[in-house]
Design a protein. Structure first.
Length: 277
């Protein structure tokens, strides 16, 4: 037992031997995501201006850093942009043609909250999110005169594992790898086809999506950026759904993939000083 205790003390001492090293960074706050780069980018830029005016800017060693109170991270929203880059849908051999245009009416958005942690003594961290999301798509099949309009609302939990490369104490720039997934739980669904609107969450599926991301973190500023790719591993429509008592039995082939640009400003915690005499 004494040997085990000594080994634990030695391991702890080795991990914390760097003076003035922060043991980790917490990440918490609301997240707002849109598919409109003007909205997401403009909101993020406006947030920076408001933060600078309200909190001030501290210039130390030629570097500008925001003087944000720790509590502000709990309520200050982070604005994220996503792009539905891959949309392929085929129903009963009929390939859909999607309508691509700027989403000024915010038909695609999500609002949620995230909590994360990145260790600075070990190269690992995590991020958890809980989001309310609305997803819209407009498409046309061969015999359609006008575009169909489908809107799906979901509760989407997200879990990510993060791996950091390089030394946090010695490097000014650390690449990061993110791996995880999310689950789309349908809350409501409606689709307009011509003059008829169908409603009911049983028309579509719930399902899992995989997420992989590449990014970087800057230890001096506690800022992080990443580009994530999300791939849905389930069919959009429920082939067992019924309409007027009859199964639809849709033969679907589909591929949906989304890119996301995310940023974060973390809170450093747990500073350690070791003095040897």
């Amino acid at each position: 037992m004494k040997k085990i205790l000594v080994m634990m003390i030695v391991v702890w001492f080795a991990m914390t031997a760097n003076a003035q090293v922060k043991r980790g960074e917490w990440l918490a706050g609301p997240v707002i995501t849109t598919t409109n780069p003007v909205y997401s980018g403009g909101a993020a830029f406006l947030e920076e201006i408001i933060t600078g005016l309200a909190c001030g800017v501290n210039y130390e060693n030629g570097t500008a850093t925001r003087e944000l109170p720790a509590s502000s991270q709990l309520w200050m929203p982070n604005f994220t942009y996503k792009w539905h880059a891959i949309k392929n849908l085929e129903l009963d051999g009929d390939k859909a043609k999607f309508r691509h245009k700027m989403d000024w009416k915010l038909k695609n958005y999500s609002v949620g909250y995230r909590l994360g942690y990145m260790s600075r003594t070990a190269p690992f961290g995590f991020e958890l999110q809980a989001n309310y999301e609305q997803e819209n798509m407009a498409y046309k099949l061969a015999n359609d005169e006008d575009y169909r309009d489908a809107t799906k609302t979901m509760f989407v939990p997200v879990a990510l594992i993060k791996v950091r490369f390089g030394s946090y104490t010695k490097g000014a720039f650390n690449p990061t790898l993110e791996i995880g997934g999310s689950y789309d739980y349908t809350l409501s669904f409606k689709e307009k086809i011509g003059d008829v609107t169908f409603k009911g969450k049983d028309f579509v599926n719930n399902g899992f999506s995989g997420i992989v991301g590449l990014g970087f973190t800057i230890p001096a500023t506690h800022l992080s950026w990443a580009v994530r790719y999300l791939h849905k591993f389930y069919k959009y429509y429920n082939e067992d759904a019924e309409l007027n008592g009859k199964k639809l039995e849709l033969n679907e082939k589909s591929t949906f993939g989304t890119f996301m640009v995310v940023s974060s400003y973390a809170l450093p915690v747990g500073g350690i000083n070791l003095v040897h005499t």
